[in-house]
Design a protein around this ligand. Structure first.
Ligand code: HEC
Ligand code: HEC
Ligand code: HEC
Ligand code: HEC
Length: 463
């Protein structure tokens, strides 16, 4: 995708930071996998040719020496003007990128939550000022920040020539960039690397008073739509003979007219000054319709294999002693339910991960196996043996005691919706969960709604 854009016009590629991990804390058990994934991200960025990268908790979580080694190995353009490690600055404060006849100055700022031993985030305004001054004359000034957006606004007040801030500190996505008090724009690109934010601007003109053409268009569109509603209501009013309806229509027209005045005010403010320069912001979703970059896809495949090897073979869980016994143990007494369950995708959930070589992935296994959300369930993809798939105990709770004495130990008879939404969390399932529809499809008493599967259920493992 980037290649297509590059063919059209000069492109500057930046990452605001927090690209490598989701926060400041990385547990020892996650480290091996996450280091490998972070390396993959770094390798891919290096391959794409990235111009500047911000530093956030997500980078520092791996420790400074590790990050510096990664930077060195892949020649990563990290910028962090205010990361101060006992008077030393581990990364460059900023850099100049020359593109399309323009000198583009890029400076990085870390948020004050930046936690890494021996380092702190020093005062951002002075650090950014000094960093830009050191870059000399530039045409466009960009700040990559992992601060909070409110702190970005404060920095911008003191840097009147700033054009754009790209924020990676808050996991927000603002399609319409937030204006900075000084004329610049504050952008943010969401989280999880699912989308690429693309800001296009014309290199013609000078000054730092930017307007989002998309936002202007949106305001104009709203104004037209509201004017149209006024027209329709007035036509209705002319025809109406019912006094109650007439009163209602009059109130509505008043309301719309006020809205139009307000929109005109906003449009006026947005176009005032005349000298403003226009940008267009959009997000490209990296869905299946965006073709994989072949060399990057090869890197991803290799990383997945290495992660699988890292975790090793799937060992059996403590099936002998833990509270979970696996679905096979329920079958002898609940054959009808088990037979219905085996027709649902839950019974094949582990194979779905296998098809993508992700069974050993910390980020994936938990919702595709049984018991991972329970304090005494499997807590690593390496120990799920016997609890593969979303089995009976995912919904009915651990069953060891019930299996031993069914009459005296009850299972959860009717699982609550909160059980489903542990996994159908609206994010990983891409918001597909519909409580009513979905419940019908797993209920053991409703007619079998699943089409016979060509993907056979995996053999049930004996405890
Ligand atoms: C040895 C036979 C046996 C095994 C094995 C067994 N159950 Fe049961 N189960 C029963 C009996 C009998 C009842 C009814 C108990 C009662 O009414 O008090 C029952 C009741 C239930 C109920 C609740 C029904 C209700 O209306 O309260 C659920 C849910 C359930 N079992 C799930 C499971 C699950 C899951 C497993 C496997 C972990 C399992 N059972 C294993 C015999 C068994
Ligand atoms: C332990 C995690 C987990 C729990 C708990 C869970 N599910 Fe699922 N569910 C999954 C996974 C994973 C899949 C996808 C399986 C696959 O295709 O690989 C899935 C698939 C489904 C599907 C099929 C969706 C499709 O169109 O393919 C339905 C329906 C469903 N779940 C309903 C429910 C309901 C209702 C509940 C609660 C009563 C529930 N699930 C509880 C993890 C879970
Ligand atoms: C928070 C729980 C959760 C996690 C973590 C999770 N999944 Fe799933 N996954 C689901 C649910 C729920 C579904 C069923 C979605 C539906 O169809 O409604 C699903 C479905 C799937 C499917 C079935 C095909 C499809 O797209 O419908 C695949 C493949 C899959 N997940 C792979 C993965 C991979 C790879 C990871 C790790 C990157 C992962 N899952 C992590 C909950 C999860
Ligand atoms: C996705 C969640 C889910 C899974 C997985 C699941 N069940 Fe259920 N089960 C339910 C729900 C919901 C009910 C409540 C009644 C209904 O809707 O069928 C239920 C009810 C039951 C009952 C009570 C009698 C009945 O049929 O209503 C038994 C027994 C039972 N399940 C056994 C099992 C066994 C055994 C397995 C595994 C082979 C299993 N369930 C897997 C959700 C699940």
């Amino acid at each position: 995708m980037l290649e297509t854009e590059r063919a059209k016009a000069p492109v500057v590629v930046v990452d605001a930071g927090n690209a490598l991990w989701k926060g400041a804390i990385l547990s020892e058990s996650d480290r091996g996998q996450e280091e490998r994934k972070a390396t993959l991200i770094a390798e891919s960025y290096a391959l794409v040719g990235i111009d500047a990268m911000g530093v956030g908790d997500g980078e520092l979580a791996f420790g400074l020496p590790w990050l510096q080694a990664l930077q060195k190995q892949h020649n990563l353009p990290y910028v962090a003007a205010n990361l101060d490690c006992g008077g030393e600055h581990p990364f460059e404060a900023g850099k100049v990128v020359e593109r399309g006849g323009l000198r583009i100055g890029i400076v990085g700022l870390v948020g004050n939550s930046a936690k890494v031993q021996g380092c702190l985030a020093s005062e951002p305004i002075a650090a950014a000022e000094a960093a830009f001054a050191k870059l000399g004359t530039v045409d466009i000034r960009i700040l990559l920040s992992t601060q909070q957006m409110a702190d970005d606004q404060r920095v911008a007040e003191k840097l009147p020539d700033l054009d754009f801030i790209v924020n990676g500190g808050e996991r927000r996505e603002n399609l319409i960039p937030e204006p900075l008090s000084t004329g610049g724009l504050l952008l943010a690109g969401g989280s999880r690397g699912k989308k690429v934010g693309m800001l296009s601007f014309d290199s013609i003109g000078t000054g730092h008073d930017w307007r989002d053409a998309g936002a202007l268009g949106e305001l104009a569109r709203r104004k037209d739509a509201t004017s149209q509603r006024i027209k329709e209501a007035e036509e209705k009013l002319a025809k109406s003979e019912d006094p109650k309806e007439q009163a209602r229509l009059k109130t509505r027209i008043e309301y719309y007219k006020k809205q139009v005045i307000e929109l005109e005010k906003q449009l006026g403010a947005a176009t005032a000054g005349g000298a403003s320069r226009s940008v267009e912001n959009r997000f490209v979703e990296l869905g299946t319709d965006v073709a994989d970059h072949p060399a990057t896809a090869a890197l991803v495949a290799r990383a997945k294999e290495e992660i699988s090897a890292l975790v090793g073979i799937v060992k059996p869980t403590a099936l002998g002693t833990g509270p979970f016994v696996g679905s096979a143990a329920c079958l002898p007494c609940h054959a009808a339910q088990a037979s219905q369950w085996s027709t649902t995708p839950h019974a094949r959930a582990y194979a779905s991960l296998g098809a993508q070589n992700r069974q050993k992935d910390e980020a994936c296994y938990s919702c595709h196996v049984t018991g991972a959300f329970h304090p005494d369930g499997p807590h690593s993809p390496g120990v799920v043996g016997g609890l593969e798939n979303v089995g009976c105990e995912s919904c009915h709770g651990p069953g060891r005691d019930h299996v031993a004495t069914p009459a005296s130990v009850d299972m959860v008879a009717k699982p609550e919706m909160a059980v489903c939404t542990q996994c159908h969390d609206g994010v990983k399932d891409e918001g597909r969960f519909d409580p009513v529809q979905y419940l019908v499809r797993v209920s053991h008493t409703s007619p079998h709604l699943e089409a016979p599967s060509t993907n056979p259920a995996p053999p049930v493992v004996k405890p």
